[in-house]
Write a protein that binds this ligand. Structure first.
Ligand code: SF4
Length: 515
């Protein structure tokens, strides 16, 4: 009997390791031979820990959420033969949460052992890289440009242009840097890819290296992801031993190698120039631009910096063609986005979906509304510095430009939901506090502004805010918005201003005062 249980940090956090151990123990006591394959998670997190049992013919039946206490009754019921136990979820692939998705990046995740190269190959792995080598660097960049892929880390910069710039730069050495410093609250798609399908990221980086002429890559990984660290290092070792990394690739003269670099826990190192400083062994501080990292990046050499999801989208684009990718999505927002649902939602998890779906469909159709059962008050999209969008704005489509019309951002695709008991003034104060804590200190609007902003908001929250404090807060936000050197200081006003605009009563003001 083969069973599949996720070895993914979110699944482990709710007991997947203990469940796997208990299943093994119970099978041993009952003298039943079993094989447990630890996989990535499908991202239906309210159902974890999930056990999938493979039946004859390869069909799988899932059970969840499984507790250690339920193991005995699962065996008694004959779950290894697909029994109708109360925890039976049926075939997960038929579950509407999965069935309604368009999984291009997450196609394999959850189904197999992330470190099995055979399984990766069997599911079409390295076809994108082979195709890239067949096409040659210029045509690879053409395909990426045609796909309309934009940076999924938050900046949404066209990937094709970035690659073209680095390819065109003349230098003896170039680099590919993967930004895996996934620091936004409510985001976990990068982690899921690194833990659940590490070869996909390696393939994406190798394609990028081939396209721009970089033979060396780094994955800048946040230190809070120890499991991803372990899995990535093992995957790199497998690729080296199989001649995929560090040797000429698939009959070409090009070879690529990469290593993982652990960050030290600063949010600002998600900003690409601060990341480069950190990678060079210096304190993570933002560099002024120009020069662009694409021309003068790591150790002064041309460097492509893309985030995990951007690079993980590349193999699919190469093996299916840029136009096939661009057929998904709307307007200038092409392809799919792995949206991460969390906060006060009934069904938190990972939803990979083409752009164009409404936020309402994501929050209610997938997320199932609030877990508390109370009315939804707002969502925050785009990380800790994303704005709060009230319930009545949820009909807006997931689209970079449409969202920016209502002062929203897509960011890294994290959506956090709040019910009507949340005070958004307190949440907005947290944004200022976060900025004060994480500011790299290079520019005044952010370094001083965030601390003064925090003090000002504390005064308002204590009921001591008059018209004067309000004007001062608007003034301060305006300075931070327009004069900060990077997005950390420049975006901190987003939650503050959106909370003030949509929920003035949480600050003790009335609507007219805000206008
Ligand atoms: Fe540093 Fe903040 Fe200025 Fe960014 S905005 S450079 S984090 S001080």
């Amino acid at each position: 009997h083969t069973l599949y249980i996720a070895k993914d940090y979110s699944a482990i956090a709710v007991g997947a390791d203990e469940v796997a151990f208990a299943v093994e123990k119970e099978a041993f006591l009952r003298n039943i031979p079993i094989r447990i394959v630890r996989t990535g998670s499908y991202g239906l997190y309210w159902l974890e820990p999930v056990i999938e049992v493979e039946l004859e013919g390869g069909k799988r039946i899932a059970y969840g959420p499984v507790t250690e206490e339920a193991i005995g009754s699962l065996f008694d019921s004959g779950f290894l033969e697909g029994s109708d136990h109360p925890l039976c979820l049926g075939n997960l692939q038929e579950h509407p949460y999965l069935k309604k998705q368009t999984r291009l990046i997450f196609e394999r995740i959850g189904k197999n052992d992330p470190l099995s190269l055979d399984s990766y190959m069997a599911w079409g792995g390295f076809q994108g890289l082979k195709k890239a080598i067949e096409l040659g660097p210029d045509k690879v960049i053409d395909q990426i440009t045609k796909s309309g892929l934009r940076g999924r880390g938050g900046a949404a910069f066209p990937t094709g242009i970035k690659w073209k710039t680095t390819k065109g730069a003349i230098a003896s050495q170039k680099y590919i840097v993967c930004n895996a410093d996934e620091g936004d609250s409510g985001t976990f798609s990068d982690r899921m890819v690194m833990e659940g399908d590490p070869f996909l990221l390696i393939e994406g980086m190798a394609i990028a290296g081939f396209a721009v002429g970089a033979d060396k890559g780094y994955i800048y990984l946040r230190s809070e992801y120890p499991l991803a660290h372990e899995i990535l290092n093992k995957a790199i070792a497998v690729c080296r031993s199989q001649g995929i990394l560090g040797s000429p690739l698939f009959g070409s003269s090009f070879s690529f190698d990469l290593e993982v670099f652990l960050g030290a826990g600063a949010y600002v190192c998600g900003e690409e120039t601060a990341l480069l400083e950190s990678l060079e062994g210096k304190r993570g501080m933002v560099r002024p631009r120009p020069p662009l990292p694409a021309v003068k990046g790591l150790w002064g050499k041309p460097t492509v910096i893309n985030n995990v999801i951007t690079l993980a989208s590349v193999p699919w684009i190469l093996s299916h063609g840029g136009e096939a990718y661009a057929a998904y999505g709307v307007n200038r927002s092409k392809g799919t986005l792995p949206v991460q649902l969390s906060g006060n939602l009934k069904y938190p998890g990972l939803v990979e979906i083409p752009f164009g779906i409404s936020l309402r469909d994501l929050v209610y159709g997938f997320g199932g509304g609030t877990r508390s059962g109370r009315p939804l008050k707002a969502i925050q999209i785009g990380g800790p510095l994303g704005p709060y969008l009230p319930e009545h704005l949820l009909d807006i489509p997931l689209d970079y430009e449409e969202l920016s019309k209502i002062k929203g951002i897509v960011g890294h695709g994290g959506i956090i939901a709040f019910d009507d008991q949340t005070n958004l003034a307190h949440m907005a104060h947290y944004a200022m506090e976060f900025c004060a804590e994480e500011s790299c200190g290079k520019c005044t609007p952010c370094r001083i502004g965030s601390t003064r902003g925090m003090e000002l908001m504390e005064k308002i929250l204590m009921g001591k805010g008059s018209r004067k404090e309000l004007e001062l807060l608007f003034d301060l936000c305006d300075t931070m918005l327009h004069a900060s050197l990077c997005g950390l200081g420049g975006m901190t006003p987003f939650p503050v201003l959106s909370a003030l605009r949509h929920f003035p009563e949480d600050f003790g003001y009335c609507k007219e005062e805000i206008c």
